[in-house]
Write a protein that binds this ligand. Structure first.
Ligand SMILES: [Zn+2]
Length: 80
């Protein structure tokens, strides 16, 4: 059974439930206060992958990505 993440509007708490895929998520009760005002959230890892374009992940790291660029002005140790 997959894990589902919920947010309770009544007690403002997030909780995770182990549910079967055919469980009625609209009637899921809060594990803290028993309220049915729960919102089903997507699993925590999915939005991060969807929100980040694949091209962005594959972009090579350049000197501009580092805040302290002076480090790269030093000669490599092997050439001294
Ligand atoms: Zn609650």
């Amino acid at each position: 059974m997959p894990l589902y993440e919920y947010f309770c509007e009544d007690c403002q708490k997030e909780f995770t439930l182990l549910q079967s895929t055919d469980a009625n998520k609209a009637e899921t009760k809060c594990s803290e206060c028993g309220s049915q005002k729960t919102q089903h959230k997507f699993s925590s890892f999915a939005p991060k992958i969807v929100g980040k374009p694949l091209a962005d992940l594959q972009k090579p790291v350049t000197v501009d990505d580092f805040p302290n660029k002076d480090v790269f002005k030093l000669p490599p140790p092997g050439l001294r």
